[in-house]
Design a protein around this ligand. Structure first.
Ligand SMILES: [Zn+2]
Length: 215
């Protein structure tokens, strides 16, 4: 029971953003397809060439601005929200797309799964060893989740660096993050401390400062 509770709380803490994305995907109206096609072939060819990776872009219906990459380098699966396509210029979109390519070519999906699995096993061993009472399990699981995010932040930093090294114009990274900051509603992305504790990402301002160094 303790172990099951630990596994559920740890995985939810470390994957709540992914859970929301999945919910978003299945909340769409019944007759719509999961993803629509990104129809700027010329742009797609350009970013494929730049990324040295053959991938397609699928569009997920959502007013929010985001992208994610679910696949491995052998089978890239890139998704961008319709909100990103509507609200961002092509140069701004390039920052998101190249960031996701960075995750893909650096095997972050696999490293993430492996890292979380190691944390789960280590966490279970330690909680059995410490004979933790069930009332402490939630705090223990959340604390381990927070530690995990500090490791996952290295992946995010490397994806941002990957994107910035290849983007046509670093100003795209700056204005994209300004737009995301202005639009973002989640307290976990608005509050700096909560962002550090419960998300793997760099803050909007940190990314903006990073891009400014390249101007
Ligand atoms: Zn990322």
């Amino acid at each position: 029971m303790n172990i099951l509770l630990f596994v559920i709380i740890f995985l939810y803490t470390t994957n709540w953003v992914r859970v929301l994305l999945l919910k978003d995907l299945f909340n769409r109206s019944n007759n719509k397809k999961l993803f629509s096609k990104f129809n700027n072939e010329k742009y797609l060819a350009k970013v494929n060439k730049k990324a040295k990776l053959k991938f397609d872009i699928r569009v997920q219906e959502s007013p929010a601005i985001y992208g994610y990459m679910a696949g491995l380098p052998i089978a890239p699966f890139m998704v961008v929200s319709s909100g990103a396509i509507k609200q961002l210029s092509l140069n701004e979109l390039e920052w998101i797309v190249l960031h996701e390519v960075g995750h893909c070519v650096m095997w972050h999906v696999a490293k993430n799964a492996l890292g979380q699995a190691l944390f789960l096993i280590g966490g279970i061993v330690l909680l059995v060893f410490l004979k933790l009472n069930i009332i402490f399990i939630p705090v223990y699981a959340v604390l381990l989740g927070i530690v995990w995010y500090q490791i996952e932040r290295v992946f995010e930093l490397n994806a941002d660096k990957f994107s910035l090294a290849r983007i046509d114009d670093p100003r795209g990274m700056i204005t994209a993050n300004q737009k995301m900051k202005a639009k973002g509603k989640s307290i976990f992305y608005k509050n700096l401390l909560l962002g550090k504790l419960f998300t793997p990402h760099l803050s909007y301002d940190e990314r903006i400062e990073m891009a400014k160094l390249k101007l």
